[in-house]
Write a new protein. Structure first.
Length: 348
C-alpha cells in the first residue's frame, strides 16, 4: 500500500497536531482555515504528494503540522518530514455575508475545487450518523442560492459543483427540487454539476416504474453531469437501525436505480458512497462488489463518529478497506471514486 495513503488513513482516524508556529501563520492567512462545517468536512485540509486530506485538529495525535523556512510540513509517526500545502477556504466562508436573513454558508460551501449548493436545510430522514436532522427543514430559495453561488465563484477557482439536499417529505417537494436542479444546470452549462440523490421517480422514492424516465429527464432536460446515489451500508439490519428511511426504500431499489443510471449516464458518471466502520468490513466489501458489478464507482467514506454512530474504527481498518476494495474494482474494470482527486479529501 502506498505510504502516502497510509499517512492519510492515520490522519483521517486520529487527526493532526497543529504546532504553535503553524497555527500563527494560518491565523494570519485565513480566519476559517480550520473548517467547522458538516461532520465529514471539518478540520484542516492538507495536500502532500498529490494526496488530499481533511484532518481534525487534535493535540494528542502522533502526526504534526509544522511551519519552518516559509513552508508547511507534516511530521509523520516515524518522524519523517513531508512538505505540504494547506488549502484555506475562501473569504465568504467566514459567514459575514447574510443573504435573505441567512448566513451565506447555509446556501453554499467550497471544498478544494468544488462548491456544494445546499438546496434544502434539514432533512426528512433521521440517519443516526448525520447531523442534517438538527437543522430546520426548509427550502433555500433559488434567488438566494444563486446570489450565494455568484459570490463563491468570484472568490476561488471552482471546477465543478454538487447539488446537495437532504431527503424531502412529499411529492410536491420532489418536483420543486427537480426544478431547482434544472435552473442551475441550465444557467451554468459550462460547469460540471453533479447531483446527490436517493432513488426516485418524479414524485416518489419507490416508483420504480418511473426510474428510467426520470433519469433520462435528468440527462436530457436538466443536464446533470453525474450522480451520487449513496447506499451507505450493505447489511440490511444495520441499515434499518442507522438509516430507517433509506431501509424503507430498500437496497434493491437503490441498486436498480444505480443500474439504470449507469446505463443512461455512462460509466464513471455514477458513484455511491458506503461507510467504513459501522458494519463489519466483509459487509462493506459486499456492498463495494455490488456497486462495482453494476459499473458504479464505489466511494469509501470513513465513519466520522456522531451520536449513536460511534463504530469500531482504526487506521488499519481504513487501509484494509481500501486495499480490498481496489482488488474488487479491478475485477470489474472500475475505479474507486471519487474520480476527482481533490474531492477525495474526506474519503478513502
Amino acid at each position: 500500500m502506498d505510504r502516502n495513503f497510509i499517512i492519510k488513513a492515520h490522519l483521517l482516524y486520529e487527526g493532526i497536531k497543529i504546532s504553535k508556529e503553524a497555527k500563527e501563520v494560518l491565523d494570519k492567512k485565513s480566519k476559517v482555515w480550520l473548517m467547522n462545517d458538516y461532520i465529514t468536512c471539518s478540520g484542516v485540509t492538507l495536500v502532500y504528494n498529490d494526496e488530499y486530506v481533511t484532518a481534525g485538529a487534535v493535540d494528542n495525535s502522533k502526526f504534526s503540522l509544522i511551519y519552518e523556512n516559509d513552508s508547511f510540513y507534516i511530521i509523520d509517526d516515524q518522524g519523517k518530514k513531508i512538505k505540504a500545502d494547506v488549502i484555506t477556504p475562501p473569504e465568504y466562508m467566514k459567514d459575514e455575508v447574510v443573504i435573505r436573513g441567512k448566513p451565506i454558508t447555509y446556501y453554499v460551501n467550497t471544498y478544494t475545487d468544488r462548491v456544494r449548493i445546499q438546496l434544502l436545510g434539514g432533512c426528512a430522514n433521521t440517519c443516526k450518523f448525520c447531523n442534517a436532522k438538527e437543522f430546520k427543514y426548509e427550502f433555500n430559495d433559488v434567488e438566494g442560492l444563486d446570489q450565494a453561488l455568484q459570490i463563491a465563484l468570484s472568490q476561488s477557482e471552482i471546477r465543478h459543483a454538487l447539488l446537495s439536499s437532504g431527503n424531502v417529505k412529499c411529492g410536491e417537494d420532489m418536483r420543486r427540487l427537480t426544478e431547482t436542479y434544472k435552473y442551475f444546470c441550465q444557467k451554468y452549462k459550462d460547469m460540471e454539476i453533479d447531483l446527490m440523490t436517493p432513488p426516485r421517480g418524479f414524485e416518489s422514492y419507490t416508483a420504480t416504474e418511473e426510474y428510467e424516465d426520470y433519469l433520462k429527464y435528468l440527462r436530457d432536460e436538466v443536464g446533470i453531469y453525474g450522480l451520487s446515489i449513496n447506499i451507505e451500508l450493505n447489511d440490511s439490519k444495520e441499515l434499518a437501525f442507522y438509516c430507517p428511511e433509506k431501509a424503507a426504500i430498500g437496497q434493491e431499489r437503490y441498486l436498480k436505480f444505480i443500474e439504470y443510471a449507469v446505463k443512461i449516464l455512462g460509466k464513471n458518471k455514477v458513484r455511491s458512497l458506503i461507510i467504513v466502520g459501522l458494519e463489519p468490513l466483509e459487509e462493506t466489501l459486499k456492498g463495494v462488489e455490488k456497486l462495482a458489478k453494476l459499473g458504479a464507482n464505489p466511494v469509501l467514506s470513513p465513519l466520522f463518529p456522531y451520536g449513536e454512530a460511534q463504530g469500531n474504527l482504526s487506521a488499519e481498518l481504513f487501509i484494509e478497506s481500501r486495499r480490498a476494495s481496489e482488488e474488487i474494482c479491478k475485477k470489474y474494470d472500475i475505479f474507486l471514486g471519487p474520480l476527482c482527486k481533490p474531492c477525495s479529501h474526506n474519503t478513502l
